[in-house]
Ligand binder design. Structure first.
Ligand SMILES: Nc1ncnc2c1ncn2[C@@H]1O[C@H](COP(=O)(O)OP(=O)(O)OP(=O)(O)O)[C@@H](O)[C@H]1O
Ligand code: SF4
Ligand SMILES: [Mg+2]
Length: 330
C-alpha cells in the first residue's frame, strides 16, 4: 500500500440516539426525540497521519471514534477502511478488521481486567486473533512491556493493574493495542486522566509507535494544546458537526472559525499572531436534541449576522486544505 493512500474515509456520518420517552410523552403522543450526537461528519485520514478531533464535552467526539471502528452502528453515512466499505458489514464478520483497528480509552483502569496479570492481558489477544502461540505471545508481551518502558518486564508481567500507577496502566493499554500491530488507532482522551507530569511521556510513546508502525490515528481530545503536539491535522467539532478542518499549524496560527479562535484563546501557552482581539464564548453547549437553526454556533458567536440564524454554513476551502463552515467566509 502506498504511503499516502487513505486508511479511513468517512462520508456524511450520522448517529442519532432516541431519547427515552416518558409515560406522559407516550400518552400525549409526543414525537420521539433524538440526540443528534454526530450529524453529518466527513473526513479522510491517510496512512501515517494523525487527525486530532477537538471540541468540548458532549460535541460527539467519542461517538465519532466508536462509529469509525464500528463499535457503534451509524444511523446513516459511509465508512471506508483501506478502501473497503465497512459500513454495513455485520458485526460477526468484522473480526478480520478488529485487530487492525484498536481503541485506547481515557480510563486505563476501566479497560483492563482487574484480576488478570497485565502481561497476560497483552498476550491474550494475540492468541485469540491467532497471531501467536501461548509461548510466543508471552515473549511478545515481554517485548512490548520493555518497549513501553515497563522494566524489568518479567516483573511487570505478573503485576495486577492496581499494582501500577495510572500512567503505567495506560502504558499497558498502549502495549496491548500495539502488540496487534494495528493499522488504525482511535485514542480517546488517552492522557486526560493521567497525572500532568506523565502526559508528555505518554504522548511521546504514541509518537514513537506512530513512526515505527506508520500508524494512522484519530486522536480525540478537548485540549487543543495536546492536539497540537500529536497531530498532523486538526478537526474542530461543534454539536455533532465539523466546523473547521486543516493542517495543524495552519489551524493553530490562523484559526478561521470563531469557535476555534475561542478554543485557542483559552490556552494561555498558544499566542496567536494574526488577530489580537481575544474571543470568549458565552454559555453552555446547547441541547443536542434541538440544535439551533442555521449555524449551530450562532447563540454563542460574537460575530453573528442575520444569515447565521437561518442558513447553515457549509464547509468551504479558504486556504489550501483548510476548510471552515462559517458565513464570514462565504
Ligand atoms: N449511548 C448513548 N445513548 C444516548 N445518548 C448518547 C449515547 N452516547 C452518547 N450520547 C449523547 O451524544 C452526545 C455526544 O456524546 P459523546 O460521548 O460522543 O461526546 P464527547 O464529545 O465524547 O464528550 P466528552 O468530551 O464529555 O467525552 C452527548 O449529548 C451524549 O449525551
Ligand atoms: S456562521 Fe455566523 S454565527 Fe456561525 S460562526 Fe460564523 S459568524 Fe458565527
Ligand atoms: Mg468522549
Amino acid at each position: 500500500m502506498g504511503e499516502n493512500l487513505p486508511v479511513i474515509e468517512v462520508y456524511d456520518l450520522k448517529k442519532y440516539y432516541p431519547v427515552t420517552r416518558s409515560f406522559a410523552d407516550f400518552i400525549f403522543r409526543r414525537k420521539r426525540e433524538y440526540v443528534k450526537a454526530v450529524d453529518g461528519v466527513s473526513f479522510t485520514i491517510r496512512r501515517g497521519e494523525t487527525l486530532a478531533l477537538i471540541g468540548e464535552s458532549g460535541c460527539g467526539k467519542t461517538t465519532t471514534g466508536r462509529l469509525v471502528i464500528r463499535l457503534e452502528e451509524p444511523t446513516s453515512g459511509k465508512i471506508l477502511f483501506e478502501g473497503k466499505d465497512i459500513t454495513k458489514i455485520p458485526l460477526k464478520k468484522l473480526r478480520p478488521f478488529r485487530k487492525k483497528m484498536q481503541m485506547i480509552y481515557q480510563d486505563p483502569m476501566a479497560s483492563l481486567n482487574p484480576r488478570m496479570p497485565v502481561g497476560e492481558q497483552i498476550a491474550h489477544p494475540l492468541v485469540v486473533h491467532g497471531l501467536a502461540t501461548r509461548k510466543e505471545a508471552r515473549e511478545i508481551a515481554l517485548e512490548m512491556l520493555e518497549k513501553v518502558g515497563l522494566t524489568p518486564s518479567n516483573e511487570f508481567y505478573a503485576r495486577l493493574p492496581h499494582q501500577l500507577s495510572g500512567g503505567q496502566r495506560q502504558r499497558v493499554v498502549i502495549a496491548r493495542a500495539m502488540a496487534l500491530k494495528p493499522v488504525f488507532v482511535v485514542a480517546d482522551e488517552p492522557v486526560s486522566m493521567i497525572d500532568v507530569s506523565m502526559r508528555a511521556s505518554i504522548l511521546d510513546l504514541l509518537q514513537q509507535f506512530k513512526r515505527e508502525y506508520n500508524l494512522t490515528m484519530l486522536f480525540i481530545t478537548h485540549d487543543i494544546g495536546v492536539g497540537r503536539i500529536i497531530s498532523d491535522r486538526i478537526a474542530v467539532m461543534y454539536l455533532g458537526k465539523i466546523v473547521e478542518i486543516g493542517p495543524t499549524e495552519q489551524v493553530i496560527n490562523n484559526p478561521l472559525h470563531p469557535y476555534t479562535q475561542a478554543l485557542i484563546d483559552a490556552v494561555p501557552s498558544i499566542v496567536r499572531r494574526k488577530r489580537m482581539k481575544k474571543i470568549r464564548i458565552l454559555g453552555e453547549l446547547p441541547d443536542p436534541r434541538n440544535p439551533p437553526q442555521g449555524c449551530r454556533f450562532h447563540p454563542r458567536c460574537p460575530y453573528v449576522k442575520d444569515i447565521c440564524r437561518n442558513k447553515e454554513p457549509e464547509l468551504i476551502e479558504v486556504e489550501k486544505n483548510h476548510w471552515v463552515a462559517c458565513h464570514i467566509y462565504s
